[in-house]
Design a protein around this ligand. Sequence first.
Ligand code: ZN
Length: 488
Amino acid sequence: MLRNLFQFVFVVTGFLASLSLAADGPQRDYDLLLKNFRLVDVESGQVRDGQLLLIEGNRIAAILPAAQQAEVAAKEVVDLGGNYLIPGLWDMHVHFEGRDLIEDNALLFPVYLAYGITAVRDAASDLAPEVLNWRTEVAERKRLGPRIFTAGQKFEGIDSIWKGDLEVGDRASMLAGMDKLEKMNVDFIKITENTMDPQLFIDTVAEANHRGHLVSTHVPYGVSIGELADAGLSSIEHASYVLRLGNADEAAIAKAVRAGELSKEVAAERYRAGFDQRQAIEGYRMLAQKGVAVTPTLIGGRQLAYLAETDHSDDAFQRYLTQRFMSKYQWRIDRMAGEGDKEREARKARYQLIASQLPLLADAGVVLLAGSDSAALNTYVYPAEALHTELVLFQEAGLSPLQALQAATVNGARFMGQWRDYGSIAEGKRADLVVLTRNPLEDIRATQDIDSVISGGTLYRRPKLDSMLEQAAQARAKLDSSREAAGR
Ligand SMILES: [Zn+2]
């Protein structure tokens, strides 16, 4: 009797469930149905097929077994031809910079999308007001481009070499600067070390952390990495700094620099001469334990280390870069002009040493963020394209393709506190996706073979991506010729 009752309830419940499926099944019109793809699970590294992905508005509404296709309806059904579906890529370190390069930067936004990059983290520049506007315009879909997270202006000391930074010489001005950045509603705090007082540098990290902000920095010679971690640092920008952890005297060296007993040059020399790998790994464990991430930005150093033997004149990406943009590359080239073979070899060795740290950082549990540091001032680090090269350099450095992919998806979204909405392919998350013709888990170079991009639920197939790129190239050509005509 009881068993029959259970069966009855089961049958009725099943009947009601099928009714409700019928009610919001075929009648519910999803915007987009994707089928025939291999879903790359960037958390587990598994590749799954036999699924449907349904998009409604800018969200992934459902992921269902392919067998259920008859039960769902969509305005548009797209067969992805068995290609690989990954989350949109995030470049966690870019700069939109140059007061005279506003249009030059702006024309690159669709290029980012065409390169599968659906979000960027702008690590501050002299274009803070423009970047903040662009952030809003992209969010409101008035401008085609990647979602922007920005630090706005970065903190520096008085009379630094950087333009448009927030220069502070004491605690009061630092606090006022922090208020100003909060009014700008920046997404994180960035600090660099050119002329900033070491103690004020630590205090700024602590203040940012105290106010609940993410804080990403360079490392001054007068401050140890442990001190920054203890003050609440979120990430170290550029892996070159972590080499200092390979010196057992790091804290003592920093202290001596801060006390004025040691010059930065001598400190640099001592770090170079006294690198110990085992010591460094200890330091990486400390970083992991204290939750400090690292954005390695390998490509900038590599481009400079191999500058002399590389001919960049035919680089295809230059079709999107104005002459004025490219002219900014010259300062680093000039700065290296006096270097001989010995210096060049030392640069390469240093690059290799930095790159070799990546698997060790990962093994120690440090979160790695993929960031290109593309910027007009960073020679031959091309916007958008550079992120893909950075991932190849990660792989060449010994990270697995999955680890490289995670650095450009999962890790960035988690780091920015955006995991609920971004970073993987799951129901309810933003429909920011990239379709690749090859499996990126076999070779990370596959991120460069883009079939389609989906940004905020909008699908851009290859011909559309090509036309976006063509338009950017034309905008670039127009800017160049109008400036030439005006003699500027
Ligand atoms: Zn940078």
